[in-house]
Design a protein around this ligand. Structure first.
Ligand code: SF4
Length: 347
């Protein structure tokens, strides 16, 4: 006889909900059903772990406590509040979406209108719809896909749209229609804390009885994701140039594909005449398939003529004091390099 799930679909939902009510982490966005705050948290969580999101979320909603306050912000303020979280198109889209929602009379309350906001995909729309409005939408993120692949012991490639659609239908079948928000969060929580990518903690899992991969001993090898492209390894140099207690930064102009409006450290292309004085260290940084190894040098010479520090100097360079750094959108690479140079942002 082949392997069969030993608990029923309603059983999976009931067990997940009971486990979630006893074991869920106390995260700040779980203390509210305000759609604005749920939306901010879900966008932040799109590419970042929950523990890392907490301080950013708290700072962001303290600075922009309502949809209207965010809609009234300048882009540079929103980017500065987002600094360090990466994937900055998320912050730009938040701002655009807030302005559209305010113009339309407030945060939308149905799935299609939420899905229509800039930067909101199927997952985020379903998460906000279910958590903030109790709509019966299954939110399927990477955690949920992993749990489904294991419960079903299904080795299909989760990079394929057909597989994702099929797995999403499974989650829809499991969904508790009366408590969709809790159910979605329970499934994500299981993936984030128990059904871990490399070493699932099956002995602590509330749905182990129904999990075919746990029975077959194949859980650690699931889900399967076929590799499409090899990573590109790139070495680059960043210069930390100081003058009278200030540090030189370059602003990405508005035509830059990534990071437009952000301040970064100069490279050898920016300062071809620079003389590396002291090697401060190195760090690694990944953007999609690009794997950078940045070497950081204190430098002098080859300096461009820079205006007085002003974040309005588009496409320019400028000198900033450590106290000014928290007020500008600062590239993550600059933050890492300035830490190596002993120049942390001073708040
Ligand atoms: S039993 Fe193990 S593999 Fe199956 S869902 Fe639970 S943690 Fe994941």
């Amino acid at each position: 006889m082949g392997l069969r799930a030993r608990i029923t679909r309603p059983g999976i939902a009931a067990r997940l909900l009971a486990w979630y009510s006893d074991h869920h982490r106390d995260l700040p966005w779980r203390r509210t059903s305000d759609p604005y705050r749920v939306w901010i948290s879900e966008v932040m969580l799109q590419q970042t772990r929950a523990q890392a999101v907490i301080p950013y979320y708290e700072r962001f909603v303290a600075q922009f406590p309502t949809l209207e306050s965010l809609a009234g912000a300048r882009e540079e303020q929103a980017l500065a509040a987002w600094s360090g979280l990466g994937y900055y198109s998320r912050a730009r889209n938040l701002l655009k979406a807030a302005r559209l929602a305010v113009a339309a009379g407030g945060f939308p309350s149905d799935y299609d209108a939420i899905r229509g906001l800039p930067g909101v995909g199927d997952y985020t729309a379903a998460a906000v719809s279910s958590i903030a409005f109790g709509l019966p939408c299954a939110a399927v993120d990477g955690n949920a896909l992993r749990v489904v692949s294991r419960v079903k012991n299904d080795a299909s490639d989760i990079g394929s749209m057909a597989t994702r659609r099929r797995f999403a239908e499974t989650v829809t079948g499991w969904l508790d229609q009366r408590r969709p928000g809790d159910f979605n969060q329970a499934l994500m929580e299981l993936g984030a804390t128990i059904c871990l990518p490399r070493q699932p903690l099956c002995d602590e899992c509330p749905i182990r009885d129904g999990c075919l991969a746990a029975t077959a001993g194949s859980a650690a090898g699931l889900p399967v994701k076929l590799r499409k492209e090899d990573p590109l390894h790139i070495r680059a140099t960043l210069f930390v140039v100081r003058r009278r207690g200030r540090v030189l930064l370059i602003r990405e102009d508005s035509g830059a594909r990534r990071m437009a409006g952000f301040w970064r450290l100069p490279t050898t292309e920016d300062l071809p005449g620079a003389t590396p004085r002291e090697r401060l260290g190195e760090f690694r940084h990944s953007i999609t398939r690009h794997r950078y190894l940045f070497e950081v040098y204190a430098s002098s010479g080859g300096l461009p003529a820079c205006p007085a520090p002003t974040s309005a100097a588009a496409g320019a360079c400028a000198w900033f004091s450590p106290a000014e750094l928290p007020t500008i959108p600062l590239a993550t690479t600059a933050r890492k390099a300035l830490n190596l140079a002993g120049i942390p942002r001073s708040s």
